[in-house]
Design a protein around this ligand. Sequence first.
Ligand code: SF4
Ligand code: SF4
Length: 630
Amino acid sequence: MEEKVISIDKATLELLEKAKNDGVETAWDRKAALKVPCGFGAAGVCCRNCAMGPCRVSPVPGKGVSRGICGATADVIVSRNFARMVAAGTAAHSDHGRSIALSLYHTREDGDIKVKDEEKLKRVAERFNVETEGRDKYDIAHDVAKEGLNDYGRQLDEVNLPPSVPEKRKELWKKLGIFPRAVDREIAAVMHSTHMGCNADAESMIKMSMRCSLTDGWLGSYMGTEFSDIMYGTPHSADTEANLGVLEKNSVNVVLHGHEPILSEMIVQAASDPELIELAKSVGADGINLCGMCCTGNEVSMRHGIKLAGNFMQQELAVVTGAVDALIVDVQCIMPALAKLSESYHTKFITTSPKAHIKGSTYIELDEENLLNSAKSILKEAILNFKNRDQSKVMIPELKSKAIVGYSVEEILNKLDKVVNSEIGPMQTVKPLADVIVSGVLRGAAAVVGCNNPKTTQDYSHVETIKGLIANDVIVVVTGCAAQAAAKHGLLQKEAVKYAGPGLATVCKLVDIPPVLHMGSCVDISRILDLVGRVANHLGVDMSDLPVAGIAPEWMSEKAVAIGTYVVTSGIDVWLGIVPPVTGGPEVVDILTNKMDDWVGAKFFIETDPKKAVEQIVNRMNEKRKKIGI
Ligand code: SF4
Ligand code: SF4
């Protein structure tokens, strides 16, 4: 293992020590074993898009080989590789959204999945032009699902963009030729144009990536979030706890990991089944302790206050505690290493999705026709496995933090209503938030999102960025593994106001919120787009005019690349704390960090030092404020 600080999270460090003693490897060991990463891959200048290659060209202009066999330059190769990352990320989120839309289509009064938030269903129906007057809620739900699903494969007519996209933004996208068409179409279009002998112009390739990414943020992810709220409930603020200390020595510990809420919601329901609770007691446990990890963790925490076991780099360490009886997963961000690791412990590693088979796992497919019963049988496996636990090998770190979660846009509006005089109104709008931004009580708003990455000290950049921003009176919203980092380090508590500047502290006190708001999973970044769009519409400006920023301090996945791209394309500057594989293409770097600003009024900033990033964000916010005279 490298001699550098691995993590600022004590639970992580304690368990890494145990992993060493137990003789098992983790992602950090594998990172060290790989030694120095390939410079060509890191710069994005290797291509294997056809069998004449693989080709690798020089990342330094004017030196060495400048073209692949087909003649593709470094910029062409880099832009195509970047575009494919965006397409993969968009595909992951959008396929997630598609499953959710299909579930909505199959909701029934007597089914396992019902319509829980009828009010939200009606609001969403309105934007899809689905008639609601005097109709059964399930008929409405099915029509909404059909309309949503059409936007995945629509060949003609415009897609249904949410009303929070400002008109100015739509016009801009049209002018630039990046107005999004159907989700699957944009993914296919990128894959087509990145084929050998197709697109060989970095500018147009990046524009195609931008158009593709918009189908993620404003369509695939957006629908995933909206429809999940309709079926599983719109989140409201709730107390929870975070970090591996949430595992319990005398309970059946079940860790839910992955992304789609279909599986986790069913397991949550199954866990309250009296027969299964009885079964847990009969095997000698106190009860069933459900905990979440990564985005599935965020989904169930936002809606049910389920405890957060940890973020991306802690998935292996959960098993290393020796206290996890089952790790139940579906899709995305699940390290295949878990299969081998689980062999060294009693943990049952259960995969459930045909989209993500993992060799060496126990595969129990979640039966979509019979969801609840299927979830119960999966949970039963976990309970029965408690008997195989060797308590002498268990080490649960005594570390956990209190956190408040559940800040959907609806919940934020409810909180903002607290400072509105009901005689004067208006209620249920973003006006109070817009007012404090315009007056300067808040300098701006920032979203800190994304993963963990062993290239950097785990959680350090998340925590430094968040603390730096709130100290500068920037309100912070968080999602994904960044949210869990914030939760573990006590930033999702009202007491965290001690780190906030005076303006933000006053707002937090009046509205009764922490300075850092957990807005959900990675697809829930669509909630952030919605919020920013509403503020822009309220003020009659475009999203690029607002003092807002997005930061992915420790990103690692292709989904994060898609997210960063749709956030910039929506007019919000994005800071990346990990250098993306583009440095070998000077034109691509110029487009991402410069030209994009001319196109969409926002750009990427690449800054690995979180303290410097905070400085840049504050300066950029000040510039934006000056520009619109606030
Ligand atoms: S597409 Fe061009 S650069 Fe890529 S592998 Fe084929 S010949 Fe090489
Ligand atoms: S934040 Fe990144 S690592 Fe975490 S669940 Fe989302 S994509 Fe995966």
